[in-house]
Design a protein. Sequence first.
Length: 314
Amino acid sequence: MDKITLVMPCYNEEEALPHTLPEVNRLMDSMPQVEFEVILVDNCSEDRTLELMRKAHEEDPRYQYISFSRNFGKDSSMYAGLSAATGDYVTIMDADLQDPTELLPEMYELLKTGEYDCVAAKRGDRAGEPFLRSVLADAFYRLINSISDYEMVSGARDFRLMTKQMVQAVISVGENVRYTKGIFSWVGFRTKWLTYGNKERVAGDTKLPMKSAINYAFRGIVAFSTVPLVLASMAGFLFCAAAFVYTLVVIIKQLLYHEAVSGYASLMSVMLFGFGLVLLVLGIIGQYLAQMYLEIKNRPKFIIRESSYSDAVK
């Protein structure tokens, strides 16, 4: 009998879990040919999420839980769940039912054919999402795909069913500052995409506000593209070339026409523009250096405060 591990990252999902867990139970009952394991990963929630996880584990041994010592982020939650998974196939599912559980049987059947290593879900539309957020998300995917060697599918969710081989490949990417969507693309493997209509959260509020989403997008760009560094270098070169040409013009005018150097306002504008460009280039380089700094320290990706497992998950 095949075994499927369902990894569910959670943060302040007290309102959603009473709806989600019964839905997961119905999903498991609908696939009696498969053994299930559910790993609930608590990202140091501030409500009763951990208490609900404990209760689920006590009532059904198929449920396991891991609770962090602080909020390490969703990507660390997924990494912890994937590391603890023992299934032949592993899926990641959000705790708010935005991921359609009814797709999992189809995902499983597609993987069983051996034609694919991963079956992933993507939204066909962004109905119900704020307009500005949708526009920025589409712009980000167009940008990242134009500057990266790895395709990021617009509307892609973390919800996907993977073979154990692909899961091991994802775990082997030991980055501490993780952009998991990019890692899924980087490791490769044959992926089948299933499209579905956007679903609203069953309860609670989004855990990724606009500011965090923008920071996450910058993390993805820095992690999977060096084009910003190339553009910074090109901008510096072009500005130096323009300054050299301008200097030649000033010298020639002085030698041939004995004109005094004029144009204080224009000179100040050029200088301010130059200083701004230098700061921009330094900021771009700083983003890459900051990521290198965080990686070099090699701190743990997460720390477990409590777990249903007898041994700590590493």
